[in-house]
Write a protein that binds this ligand. Structure first.
Ligand SMILES: [Zn+2]
Length: 232
């Protein structure tokens, strides 16, 4: 039966080939989402091994955390940009799941005795999520959850509506406004928890910082931060 299934699959893939989300070549039957060559050559940061890595340093003095890192380096025109594009704009949610699982295997070693209790993905603007149909960071969170064997909480952290007038303000003012954007629905449920806050790409870190402040306002919450990629 398996042989028939594989044969049928190979036959169908002649007409509807599964393509690698990193480089676009046809995937072979033992590959899914990202080809072996891309998997081998992705620009891994290996920051999970370095407590004072560049992502962590970006948050020093802004947010207290237990662990902070990103999985990949993000550069324009790179395979990582292709992967992020497929994940965000082309319904390839498997990219988030797969990268989350790969990264989760690394993070298991980084956390050792201090594993987080739950994972919270940075919420999207409601209008954006409705248009896209999904939050890409939730799929990354689900992948991490499988590897770390902890749950995902996609409902506690909420993003309030971002008004049009705010987008016209200066960068500084917008940053100030971001402080008010995130809120926790039922803070009691997170009291005393170690939360792993996750996002797709970290650039300035302003979004993570706003989320972190909302979470750290809850008594005895501890925070770790992880992202798929980091803009150097
Ligand atoms: Zn590839």
């Amino acid at each position: 039966m398996n042989a028939v299934y594989n044969y049928l699959n190979d036959f169908l893939s002649l007409f509807f080939p599964d393509l690698c989300c990193g480089c676009g070549i046809n995937l072979v039957s033992n590959e899914s989402t990202i080809c072996t060559n891309c998997t081998f050559h992705l620009p891994y940061t290996n920051y999970y091994k370095e407590p004072d890595n560049r992502v962590a340093r970006q948050f020093w003095g802004r947010v207290p955390f237990i662990h902070c890192s990103a999985f990949l380096h993000f550069r324009k025109g790179s395979k990582v940009q292709n992967l992020m594009h497929q994940l965000k704009y082309n319904n390839k949610t498997d990219v988030g799941l797969k990268l989350g699982q790969m990264y989760g295997d690394q993070l298991l070693r980084a956390f050792e005795s201090s594993k987080p209790d739950l994972i919270i993905p940075v919420p999207l603007h409601k209008a954006k999520e409705k248009k896209r149909g999904y939050n890409q960071s939730s799929f990354f969170a689900e992948g991490l959850a499988i590897a770390l064997d902890i749950p995902v909480d996609s409902s506690s952290l909420q993003r309030n509506t971002f008004t049009d007038s705010q987008t016209r303000k200066s960068r500084f003012n917008r940053y100030e406004n971001m402080q008010e954007v995130f809120a926790v629905a039922i803070p009691d449920t997170l009291e005393g928890k170690h939360v792993l806050l996750v996002d797709d790409i970290i650039t300035t870190g302003a979004t993570i910082e706003s989320c972190a402040k909302a979470l750290l306002a809850i008594p005895k919450v501890q925070l770790s931060i992880a992202a798929i990629a980091f803009t150097d």
